[in-house]
Write a protein that binds this ligand. Structure first.
Ligand code: PLP
Length: 401
């Protein structure tokens, strides 16, 4: 009979592996800035108050049951998510040409999109920014979808390599799929400006590319849901074909509840029907149907004006705390006289700072100072607090000298 003795141990996931090492570290000084999850200024995970209130309301609803959802998920939830992405006044939504399914958070949305591509966009390659959230690449590998990269990061200026990005998108074969981070690029924290987005759109349009907006941080970049959706909505208004993956992990703090959506813009409502029927089949054979609890929370908050306002306020507060920590870290480094320029820490946006530390310096941060960060230089600013910021700055100061 078969045994599994020959199965090689898989390497640790680059991000989750750092977290495992952090857990095993017994140092009292250890700091975890590796995971993209919000922490309070006490370094604790946070459940939003609007979420707790929504859960209390859900408990009171006597008609709530635990029956299966349809493969495509909860119809009301999906409609509310579409509005949040495309806006109340969206022409696409008014003409019923957006196909959207509820998914297992953003990762599930990306995988569903990859499975759809495998069936219906055979031979097309997905172009992904370099660098990116590593799972973008591995999802495509696991799903068997060809992928390649476009230039994004200009290491010298610690900003966007717009010329390289445009050149690579231009060089991609017509009708390719271009993965774009909707807001708060992970890991660089560098987003194109409105003008740069315009240039990216022009090239994508000329090359008839499908643009795949990965929206994992709507509201986290600026603290405002609508501002963070501006680029994606501009592409939608311009009539470019879109895929959109949406996650409520960060902006609702619903990480483990697995709440998200995947959308495809179509030409006609008939095409939407057909596409939805195909998404149903893919979902049926992957996990049958999505979980209800997290979607019920989001549905409750988005459809209750008071809770919706409370959520927007909480979202703003989270993004402000992160911005404060950027300033605090910058100030500490400046007062230490740490060699180099650190203005990128405050100019970058969203959850992460791409510090520019070399892999060797990152290793020292972990091994010598117990500051757990990614080897590519990414620090989760959400893990920085008023208590650990001095310590982190001193560690950076030590490794760059
Ligand atoms: N996309 C990006 C760019 C991310 O950074 C993340 C999470 O870190 C995700 C998607 C998906 O996360 P989740 O599956 O938890 O929604």
């Amino acid at each position: 009979y078969m045994t599994w003795n020959e199965v090689p141990a898989a390497p640790l996931d680059p991000i989750l592996g750092v977290n495992q090492k952090f857990q095993a570290d017994t140092s009292a000084e250890k700091v975890n800035v590796s995971i993209g999850a919000y922490r309070t200024d006490e370094g604790k995970p946070m459940v939003l108050s609007c979420v707790k209130k929504a859960e209390a309301l859900l408990l009171e609803q006597s008609d709530l049951n635990k029956e299966y959802l349809p493969q495509r998920g909860d119809a009301t939830y999906v409609q509310l998510c579409q509005k949040m992405l495309f806006g109340e006044k969206s022409k696409l939504l008014a003409s019923g040409v957006v196909a959207t399914a509820q998914t297992l958070s953003g990762t599930g949305a990306l995988r569903l999109g990859a499975e759809f591509m495998k069936k219906f966009a055979k031979g097309k390659t997905v172009y992904i920014s370099n660098p990116t959230w590593g799972t973008h690449n591995s999802i495509m590998t696991q799903a068997g979808v060809p992928f390649s990269h476009y230039r994004y990061w200009n290491a010298a200026g610690r900003d966007l390599d717009l010329a390289g990005m445009l050149e690579d998108i231009e060089a991609a074969p017509e009708g390719s799929v271009i993965m774009l981070h909707a807001a708060a690029h992970n890991p660089t924290g560098v987003d194109p400006t409105a003008e740069q987005w315009g240039e990216i759109m022009t090239v994508c349009k000329a090359k008839k590319h499908v643009c795949w907006f990965d929206s994992a941080y709507q509201g986290f970049a600026t603290g405002d849901l609508d501002i963070d959706a501006t680029a994606m909505r501009a592409f939608a208004d311009e009539g470019l074909p879109l895929f959109v993956s949406q996650s409520f992990a960060k902006n609702f703090g619903l990480y483990g509840e697995r709440v998200g959506t995947f959308s495809i813009t179509c030409d006609t409502p008939e095409a939407v029907k057909a596409v939805m029927s195909q998404l149903d089949i893919i979902i049926r054979n992957l996990y049958s149907n999505p979980p209800k609890h997290g979607a019920n929370i989001v549905k409750t908050v988005l459809s209750d004006p008071a809770l919706y306002q409370e959520w927007r306020d909480e979202l703003k507060a989270m993004s402000l705390r992160i911005q404060d920590m950027r300033t605090a870290l910058y100030d500490e480094l400046t007062s230490l006289g740490t060699p180099g320029s650190w203005t990128h820490i405050t100019s970058q946006i969203g959850m992460f700072s791409f510090t520019g530390l070399s892999p060797e310096q990152c290793t020292q941060m972990v091994e010598k100072h117990h500051v757990y960060m990614l080897n590519n230089g990414r620090v989760s600013m959400a893990g920085v607090t008023s208590k650990n910021v001095k310590y982190i700055a001193k560690a950076i100061d030590d490794v760059v000298r």
